[in-house]
Design a protein around this ligand. Structure first.
Ligand code: ADP
Ligand code: MG
Length: 427
């Protein structure tokens, strides 16, 4: 189908729109079969119902709607690779022809745009919160990659780290209406309500951890707190259920004192109906796990260990979606200000990521996944050729050796460029 569609609704023209954007209008009921589409061939407006391809948009809408995925990437610990994985998954899905919007929801330490080599985003969440731009769609940025757009976090605005309840609700609603096949949210690290609430509100939550014992522990705690919050919200008006689950009725998150299976048994003795409802909550919570920075084959099984712990202690199915090797190229790509998967598409970690995309996120069968991996890498290579080269422009972000933080500069040590800039607002 043509990628640029002009449409007319109630005598007003809109466009050019991509098919996905038009689908969103259809889903919102703002475009119907009685409205008009510009037809290049006869150079005239044609009623939408007369064009088969447009009619198809209406027919496939119900199915597409179900397939739409808002994915959130979270972790207990910072520095485990959430941002670089979010960007890589987004670029990979876009290379597979899906329309993707990457959302930097790490309000305290926004750096997704830097990871994409985009140093000065035109709009950020700050514009959205300060209502310069009214809706999320107003702050979507184009990226140099086909099918991929970006919503940038607000740099230098520590105050944004804690959006108010209504701001969160508004954001979640608008995210679900964005014109995309996949919306990928890069969350802040940790277990604050903001992070957990976003993680619970999406179609698919992915927890990232590394094989280090500390990260595994924090990954487990993150999953546990998410589950507690979900149970707490489900039963918030039922004091009996809360006390049975040993959860505090108010918003303090306390620890479970026993494996969920034991609490379920207690519930079963008190009310089978309650036990069934708890079971529904447990079945409905099935986050994915990605194990990152794997250095030795032996470490791969740490992911299985975490899956087993989630099953035994929390009675939930944590899907181990794959591992990503430790790969020096990742750090190099950050320094080179080029998205990792574009810069090093044949490196071990890029291959791991391609497998996660095709085999797990897109659920292709193994043989299809193999062919898709080839397609993905080819598309990525051609995208890489067109990607703007930021090399030589490091001075834009490396401030100077006089910088107060120079000795501890994360970027010098192979980390993300100059997070410290975000502190400017408090000096
Ligand atoms: N698989 C990996 N191998 C090597 N370095 C990695 C890997 N994954 C992430 N990194 C590096 O770790 C650092 C932190 O990654 P980042 O995505 O910013 O983590 P987070 O968003 O979880 O804080 C980055 O410099 C990145 O290049
Ligand atoms: Mg990050």
């Amino acid at each position: 189908m043509k990628s640029n569609l002009m449409v007319r609704v109630n005598e007003r023209q809109y466009g050019p729109l991509s098919p996905t954007e038009l689908k969103t209008l259809v889903r919102k009921g703002k475009f119907t079969l009685n409205d008009y589409v510009w037809n290049d061939e006869n150079e005239d407006w044609v009623k939408a119902e007369k064009l088969e391809q447009i009619r198809e948009l209406f027919q496939t809408d119900a199915r597409e709607d179900k397939d739409r995925k808002i994915i959130a990437i979270g972790s207990g610990k910072g520095g485990v690779g959430k941002t670089i994985i979010s960007a890589s998954l987004g670029i990979g899905l876009a290379a597979m022809g899906r329309e993707v919007i990457l959302v930097d929801a790490d309000f305290g330490g926004a750096n997704l745009h830097t990871c994409m080599g985009l140093l000065e985003p035109k709009y950020t969440f700050l514009d959205y919160y300060t209502t310069n731009r009214e809706t999320l769609e107003d702050i979507i940025l184009d990226s140099p990659i086909d099918n991929l757009k970006l919503i940038s976090g607000a740099c230098g605005t520590l105050g944004m780290a804690n959006p108010k309840y209504w701001q969160k609700q508004r954001l979640i609603k608008e995210l679900s209406e964005l014109p995309a096949d996949y919306v990928i949210m890069d969350l802040a690290a940790g277990t604050s309500y903001n992070v957990i609430d976003f993680f619970l509100s999406v179609d698919e939550g992915i927890v990232v951890t590394t094989p280090e014992p500390m990260a595994i522990q924090e990954g487990f705690d993150f999953i546990k707190l998410c589950l507690m919050r979900k149970l707490q919200q489900t039963f918030r008006n039922e004091p009996n259920a809360l006390s049975l689950l040993e959860l505090d009725g108010d918003s303090n998150l306390v620890q479970f004192n026993a494996p969920l299976a034991e609490l379920m048994e207690k519930a079963q003795n008190s009310s089978t109906e309650l036990a069934d409802r708890i079971e529904d909550v447990l079945l409905d919570f099935h986050p994915r796990l990605i194990l990152n920075m794997v250095m030795e084959p032996d470490e791969i099984k740490e992911g299985m260990a975490l899956k087993t712990a989630a099953a035994e202690l929390l009675s939930i199915d944590l899907e181990y979606s794959g591992y990503i090797d430790y790969d020096e190229n990742m750090r190099k790509s950050v320094k080179e200000l080029r998205p990792f998967i574009l810069q090093y598409p044949n490196s071990p970690a890029a291959r791991n990521i391609a497998k996660i995309i095709t085999l797990k996120l897109m659920q292709k069968r193994k043989v299809d996944s193999f062919l898709n991996n080839i397609k993905l890498r080819r598309t990525i290579q051609s995208q890489a050729r067109n990607y703007p080269n930021r090399q030589g422009k490091e001075s834009e972000i490396i401030c100077s050796v006089k910088c107060f933080y120079w000795d501890e500069c994360e970027f010098q040590n192979g980390g993300m460029p100059c997070r410290i800039r975000q502190l400017e607002s408090i000096f």
